[in-house]
Design a protein around this ligand. Sequence first.
Ligand SMILES: Nc1ncnc2c1ncn2[C@@H]1O[C@H](COP(=O)(O)OP(=O)(O)OP(=O)(O)O)[C@@H](O)[C@H]1O
Ligand SMILES: [Mg+2]
Length: 231
Amino acid sequence: MNPSDSVNVPTSAITVRQLCYSWPTGAQVLKSCSLAVPQGEFWMLLGTNGSGKSTLLRLLAGLLASQSGEIALQGRVGFVFQNPDHQLVMPSVGADVAFGLVEDQLSLTEVRQRVVDALSAVKLQELQRRPIYALSGGQKQRIAIAGALARQCQVLLFDEPTALLDPDSQLDLVSQVRSLVKSRGITALWVTHRLNELDYSDGAFLLSGGRVVAAGDPEPLKQRLMQQIDT
Ligand SMILES: Nc1ncnc2c1ncn2[C@@H]1O[C@H](COP(=O)(O)OP(=O)(O)OP(=O)(O)O)[C@@H](O)[C@H]1O
Ligand SMILES: [Mg+2]
């Protein structure tokens, strides 16, 4: 390759090379799985139930220890789960967003500023004092995202964040995440079964048999998966 060509090669913020993972039972979930998400892009990960999507995300987030292969991430990682009730731990919105900042040892003024900035990024600044129990599912997911933004995460991982949302909140969330990715230079990997969400992505991966079997433009992948559902 001509050295000048490298200028046009996008940098990957999420890189997985030949990752393997087996459960203690011996069941192998990932078999030399590789993928790369370019920095500043919003990619989706699809695959049938049990294909290993959540396992892969947990490995990326460091919630599971990898066994062989490589994982490289550029920047701090935030994780948004399918069920926000498993993620939001404090009684109020502001306290929950601030909770993730404890380890950063910031001053009170800095914490307040980070919380205000993160809540305004997800357009929920007015809910800062609201108890968590009084939020809708979509609002809870946005609070979980605000927590990651407050921690200045550059890589966001989403494991079916819209699975429990109604169709309107679903599309609000996916479009808002796309805007955040584009306005803040964040890189996001989003697991979904909902094919209409692919319209908001820059690209998509299909996980099957423990490895990525298709990657790239979301539209052909969407057509292929829709045909599989129809037949
Ligand atoms: N803690 C565990 N111990 C043993 N096997 C597990 C464990 N968690 C998941 N598995 C198995 O690993 C495989 C992959 O599971 P995973 O949850 O990653 O799939 P997924 O693609 O996220 O599925 P879904 O679309 O249903 O969320 C499945 O066969 C599952 O039964
Ligand atoms: Mg899963």
